[in-house]
Design a protein around this ligand. Structure first.
Ligand SMILES: Nc1ncnc2c1ncn2[C@@H]1O[C@H](COP(=O)(O)OP(=O)(O)O)[C@@H](O)[C@H]1O
Ligand SMILES: [Mg+2]
Length: 240
């Protein structure tokens, strides 16, 4: 923690005090304030090249989404010191819920559809500067190609569904709620997938039929599912 305070103080030229708010498997999160702004810093260990690459990409995507007006934390700064990656985001004054209330399902549906609409046929521009990241990108592309081949063989719907960047980690602690709205955080697992697959993944986990209906209502208030997507969800056993 002292090391983190030291690095932040050095970077911003003033004494910074941090407060731990989260210890994750591979990143820790601290809250701090800078020039009257409430911020968080996620400190990632550069365990592997592909993990660093993912962190770079997810922050680039998040900032692109922020500029497009989606409710995500602004990426205030991003830098590396030795083995550590620092991602500084605006602090969202919200709460996570382990059980969503009904109106929250509607808001979740809406923000997921906003994400899907924004990324459809749109790619955030990411500057990949380092050679190493380039190699990771190549590996990522290769594994994506292999996965697509596998999907083509195993899933007859796959070819026909609208595809774009999905969040793919739509879990309770990645939605922050205040009284009015919801914020989506943690884009580390983002990937190009059929949007209906993301919806299937979210709805298959213990979401009651009533809540599924609310989610879909919120979703379709922004982006209407086409028949192929509806058939896919039915095929996967998701009724709403
Ligand atoms: N910008 C933020 N504002 C407020 N709280 C945050 C912010 N980012 C993360 N958190 C808190 O830290 C927790 C973990 O963050 P997250 O990025 O999801 O890490 P992990 O990848 O370990 O899941 C969140 O559930 C939230 O409570
Ligand atoms: Mg998370």
């Amino acid at each position: 923690m002292i090391k983190i305070e030291k690095e932040l103080s050095k970077r911003y030229g003033e004494k910074i005090e941090v407060f731990p708010i989260w210890q994750g498997d591979y990143k820790d999160i601290y809250k701090f304030s800078l020039k009257n702004r409430a911020l968080v810093v996620a400190v990632n260990k550069k365990k592997s090249m592909s993990r660093s690459y993912r962190t770079v990409l997810s922050n680039a995507l998040q900032q692109w989404l922020f500029l497009k007006g989606l409710n995500v934390p602004e990426v205030y700064d991003f830098f590396e010191v030795g083995e550590l990656l620092f991602a500084v985001h605006s602090y969202i004054d919200g709460k996570t819920y382990s059980d969503f209330k009904e109106h929250q399902l509607y808001l979740i549906g809406r923000i997921v559809a906003q994400l899907h609409s924004l990324t459809y046929q749109n790619r955030p521009y990411v500057k990949v500067s380092k050679k190493a990241y380039f190699f990771c990108g190549a590996i990522e592309l290769l594994s994506r190609a292999l996965r697509n081949v596998k999907n083509l063989i195993t899933d007859k719907f796959y070819r026909t569904l609208p595809v774009g960047i999905c969040h793919l980690d739509l879990t309770a602690n990645n939605f922050l709620f205040n009284e009015e709205d919801v914020w989506l955080i943690d884009f580390d697992k983002q990937k190009r997938q059929p949007y209906a697959y993301e919806i299937y993944r979210f709805l298959k986990n213990d979401i009651s039929r009533i809540n599924r209906t609310l989610f879909i209502k919120g979703y379709e208030s922004v982006r209407v599912l086409n028949n192929k997507e509806k058939n896919y969800l039915a095929f996967k056993g998701i009724e709403f």
